[in-house]
Design a protein. Structure first.
Lengths: 267, 347
């Protein structure tokens, strides 16, 4: 029996330490800022590749964004993904999670023949975690979120899902959206052979909204339910730290005296 | 996009009530309090929506925490949370009763549900709100941390209804329970069939021991960062946390290094905590970490580097070698406790 076709949805995000806000548009600066594959999406890629290691099949990677996102697709291909798809169109600019989940689900539908869809649990730039389950909602298929391990069972999939008080093991029919926990596995690095494959080209398909059949009246900033009305800079309260240093025993004694005086600890 | 013909048809503030092991989650009670406040501003009312099985007492309880009514949907298929049937139930009830606002706890299940639902009914959902207000036009102003906690974004959902938002546990405060407070419990029927159930939960492993200590509920959190140097040194933090009845947390760097599990992580991609006392040990204070702990009541920093940015948000700081300071702190706390105990015995 042939293995499953997995489609991994990834996003390119600014590197965590590089998050900068554009003071004019109140949106994240994406141009001229070092970026990377959203870290949890790497865990999603690894999950899909591990299934292919074991069962054969294919791993496709999809992203939606400007042409610079090719950088992340190339890296995913160099890690071992078989093919890549870039959905890029000015019409998509400013999409919030509703049009994003819609556009990705249409793209997945166009690719077709899939059994598993993987996403990272959330992105480090927007941190909503809404797109993965949103894709499942649009495709009207099963979903297992916050997975730390996944097992492909032929006609079903089993996922170990972390919840607040433990781990649930869910079993779902296919197709199914699985969102991978950040740090749930050790993503393999890109290989030299992988990089050579990328260099030879021909692995990435670029589509516009029209190519996929995406309704222009359902995407972009104009058709996004939410807007960012304004952004406030966080002003941290000046807590005026009382600092203690020197010989540890004396420093700790002074610290505790101060904390008792402030009512943090009982006298 | 399908827009409501008339926004004014949408009235009332809803809370998705999450039942877990026969009890309402604390975050659901907290959201009822916030919903009460918003409904009073909008001159509307608060409804809970409770899908489950044998959960009627929880519906009654919700009315004592501020709900004017609870829509109760009981079906054996809703005994434990799974995505599809819960999403179907909530989507159906939203379509039928048209609430203006729907609030979810930003728990794993709350996010799983909200994410699926907002795509199904095509409306806005703002995750992890830290503040909710009503603006001059009567829209819900959903304030959430953005860009690694450096700023707060005001999200509006002007044209679509309902306006949906999630909030993490402990962001809002629970109202005192009012025993006997009257509210309606309305049984709703949503036609579910076995075809609506696609996920089976085959096993559940409960977390026990140190892992079961939830940093998000702890009064004291002792967190370690890269300065801990080695996973075994977290034992020092555990000893201090035990002394204070607290729980151990970690920075993302310590989690990335594989020293402690991801559940320990405090910060933007981890947990948000607001304990009485937060002790940051060997943590330099990346903005992503600060985003998860800066609202702690008191912050104590122990770090060798007096220039570490985390000192800027500290109430107390000890500049020194944590491997000396932390055991000394645990020792003196124990000593002081013994002295207090002795005084109490003498009195």
């Amino acid at each position: 029996m042939p293995g499953p076709r997995s489609i991994v949805c990834i996003k390119q995000v600014p590197k965590a330490q590089e998050l900068q806000v554009d003071p004019v548009t109140n949106t994240l600066k994406r141009v001229g800022v070092p970026s990377e594959i959203n870290p949890p999406d790497r865990n999603a890629i690894e999950m899909a590749l591990q299934i292919r290691d074991k069962h054969d099949g294919e791993v496709f990677v999809v992203t939606m964004g400007p042409p610079v996102f090719t950088f992340s697709l190339d890296e995913a291909l160099a890690m071992g993904c078989d093919r890549a798809f870039l959905l890029t169109d000015r019409l998509l600019g400013g999409s919030d999670t509703v049009p994003t989940a819609y556009a990705l689900s249409e793209t997945i539908h166009k690719i077709g023949g899939y059994q598993l869809i993987f996403c990272g649990e959330e992105t480090t730039d927007a941190s909503t975690g809404h797109v993965g389950p949103g894709i499942a909602g649009h495709l009207d298929c099963a979903q297992i979120t916050y997975c730390s391990a996944v097992q492909y069972l032929g006609s079903r999939v089993r996922g170990k899902r972390s919840v607040e008080d433990g781990y649930e093991t869910w079993e779902c029919p296919l197709p199914c959206v699985v969102t991978a926990n950040f740090l749930s596995n050790k993503p393999r690095p890109p290989t030299l052979t992988g990089k050579i494959r990328v260099k030879r080209g021909g692995l990435t398909t670029t589509w516009s909204c029209a190519d996929v059949g995406i309704d222009p009246d359902k995407v972009g900033i104009r058709n996004s339910p939410t807007i960012v009305a304004k952004v406030d800079t966080v002003v941290l309260p000046d807590r005026k730290a009382k600092i203690f240093r020197g010989e540890p025993r004396a420093a700790v004694a002074q610290l505790l005296d101060a904390m008792v005086a402030d009512g943090v600890f009982p006298a | 996009m399908t827009l409501p013909k008339d926004k004014s048809e949408y009235r009332g503030v809803w809370v998705f009530l999450e039942a877990r092991k026969g009890a309402l989650r604390e975050v659901s009670r907290q959201l009822l309090g916030e919903a009460r406040r918003l409904a009073d501003i909008r001159r509307s009312d608060v409804s809970g929506v409770l899908p489950g099985w044998n959960v009627e007492p929880l519906a009654r309880e919700a009315t004592e925490y501020g709900a004017d009514r609870v829509y109760l949907v009981e079906d054996r298929r809703l005994e434990t949370y799974t995505s599809r049937p819960f999403a179907k139930v909530v989507a159906t009830l939203i379509g039928k009763h048209k609430p203006e606002i729907v609030l979810f706890g930003a728990t794993k299940n709350g996010r799983d549900l909200g994410g699926r639902l907002h795509a199904m009914i095509e409306t806005g959902l703002a995750a992890d709100c830290v503040k909710l207000e009503i603006d001059d036009e009567g829209n819900l102003d959903m304030v959430r941390p953005s860009f690694g906690g450096k700023s707060l974004a005001h999200i509006l959902c002007k044209q679509h209804r309902p306006q949906m938002a999630s909030a993490r546990p402990n962001v809002f405060r629970v109202l005192p329970r009012q025993p006997g407070r009257q509210g309606q419990v309305i049984r709703e029927t949503v036609a579910l069939t076995d075809a609506d159930v696609d996920a089976t939960i085959v096993t559940f492993e409960e977390r026990t021991g140190q892992l079961a200590r939830k940093i998000e509920d702890a009064r004291v959190v002792v967190s370690g960062g890269l300065g801990m140097r080695d996973p075994k040194n977290f034992a020092l933090l555990e000893a201090l946390a035990d002394e204070l009845g607290g729980a151990v947390g970690a920075s993302r760097k310590a989690v990335d290094a594989g020293w402690v599990p991801k559940d320990y992580q405090v910060g933007q991609t981890g947990k948000t905590v607001r304990p009485k006392l937060y002790i940051a040990v060997g943590i330099s204070g990346a903005v992503q970490h600060l985003a998860g702990m800066q609202e702690s009541e008191k912050i104590l920093v122990v770090n060798q580097d007096h220039k570490a940015p985390i000192f800027e948000i500290a109430d107390y700081g000890v500049v020194g070698d944590l491997f000396q300071v932390i055991p000394e702190l645990a020792r003196q706390l124990r000593e002081r406790k013994a002295i207090r105990g002795g005084r109490a015995a003498a009195a």
